[in-house]
Design a protein around this ligand. Structure first.
Ligand code: ADP
Length: 394
């Protein structure tokens, strides 16, 4: 497809979307207009013992080589920009931003708020900027929640402490919650501005959001991605008194407690496995730990669903997304069973039909529409990257 000047229109030119972690680099070459994925891949084991990929610079080089091997020379593929996923934008970033040296420094300075995520993103950004001479844009996972009402964003701790250490509920997975909540109006045929929505993003990480008229008004993740729902390896909500208790009684250090709650808890802590498919197999084999894990996972979801119903006052659409939310009918059934009195129910045949499409799974005419919408964070990042660069210069 070409524009009036014979060149590909901007939205037809691919954007390279990078998601750099401490030891992996996920990449996707995506066309923002059509959503077509031109190429994708993951460079793994960055910096690990025995790995050929020494650091993020080598990872970007490997990505370029992998793309070249598929006949995609980045220089000639018409790549307009690189969009980087950054988990934590802290108080500084509520919108995507064109990356400069100063922006890289700011993202690095936010690392204490996301020590498991931001340092990898910074390494990926620096390596990519050095090798790919196009505009680079950072898209923050917290941005969709920057406008949370103060009552939802504020922890009831001393205000001076919160201000000095930038403590508030930031929320994560915002790119997914934004993409999904903006896909729902097309699916249900009603305008975004009219809809009260709850989105349940259930992947390895998991989070819930309440969205009124396109604006997020509450979300389950907090200062860090540890708060809220039960996840693959994260506990989600616990009594904050657990931390001093573990320190005093179990003699654990702060870092050990961090590791327990982030990497050894959640489904894994309760059942030994963090992957939901493995959990289902254990349940089918009659494993008591897996059954308990499933029960705790579902009970926590019901808590947030109830809370957000009350926050919103009226619910129009409830949407499941991400690996578990999109694929696991049993979880959807267990979360929603018994909620008919609240106008929420499932049409079993629709719920159980395997599909990769966005779809409604409640009966026609239900007061609350229940939907499944496959998330697409890379496409959302590509679109936000392009939208930012297409803005007229200030
Ligand atoms: P991430 O947070 O890493 O992006 P995903 O959104 O891919 O994670 O979700 C991973 C989870 O989704 C895993 O627990 C996995 O078992 C589950 N999952 C993925 N695909 C399926 C499927 N087809 N059926 C059931 N569960 C699935």
């Amino acid at each position: 497809m070409t524009g009036p000047d014979g060149r590909a229109p901007r939205s037809a030119a691919p954007v390279l979307v990078l998601n750099a972690g401490s030891s992996s680099l996920k990449y996707q070459l995506v066309v923002p207009g059509s959503g077509e994925v031109v190429a994708k891949g993951t460079v793994e084991r960055i910096g690990e013992d025995g790995s050929d990929v020494a650091d993020h610079t080598a990872a970007v080089r490997q990505m370029t080589a992998e793309l070249t091997a598929q006949g995609l020379e980045l220089a000639s593929a018409g790549v307009r920009a690189v969009g980087h996923r950054v988990v934590h934008g802290g108080p500084d970033f509520s919108d995507p931003v064109v990356i400069t040296d100063a922006v890289v420094d700011q993202i690095r300075d936010l690392s204490p708020l996301a020590p498991l995520h931001n340092p990898g993103a910074v390494a990926g950004i620096e390596a990519a900027r050095a090798q790919l001479d196009v505009p680079h844009v950072a898209v923050f996972d917290t941005a969709f929640f920057a406008g949370l009402p103060p009552a939802a964003a504020t922890y009831a701790i001393p205000r001076e402490l919160a201000e000095r250490y930038r403590i508030r509920r930031y929320g994560m997975h915002g790119t997914s919650h934004r993409y999904v909540s903006r896909a729902v109006p097309g699916l249900v045929g009603r305008p975004l501005a009219e809809l009260n929505q709850i989105v349940l993003h259930l992947g390895n990480g998991a989070s819930a959001s309440a969205v009124r008229g396109g604006q997020a008004v509450d979300t389950s993740m907090g200062l860090t991605p540890l708060q809220g729902l039960v996840m693959g390896t994260r506990s989600g909500d616990v009594d904050p008194g657990l931390h001093p208790y573990l320190s005093r009684e179990a003699g654990l250090t702060v870092d050990e407690i961090d590791t327990v709650l982030n990497k050894q808890s959640g489904l894994k802590g309760l059942s030994g496995v963090n992957d939901f498919r493995a959990l289902q197999e254990l349940r089918e084999a009659g494993d008591a730990g897996a059954e308990l894990a499933f029960g705790v996972y579902v009970h926590r979801l019901k808590h947030y669903l109830g809370a957000y119903l009350a926050v919103l006052g009226r619910l129009d659409v409830l949407t499941f997304t991400a690996g578990v939310g999109e694929n696991n009918a049993a979880v959807r059934t267990a979360v929603l069973v018994g909620l008919e009195g609240l106008g929420i129910s499932l049409e079993p045949a629709r719920n159980e039909a395997a599909s990769r499409e966005a779809r409604v799974i409640s009966p026609d005419g239900s007061p609350v529409t229940v939907a499944v919408v496959p998330t697409n964070e890379e496409l959302e990042i590509a679109r936000q990257t392009l939208a930012l660069l297409a803005l007229p210069a200030p």
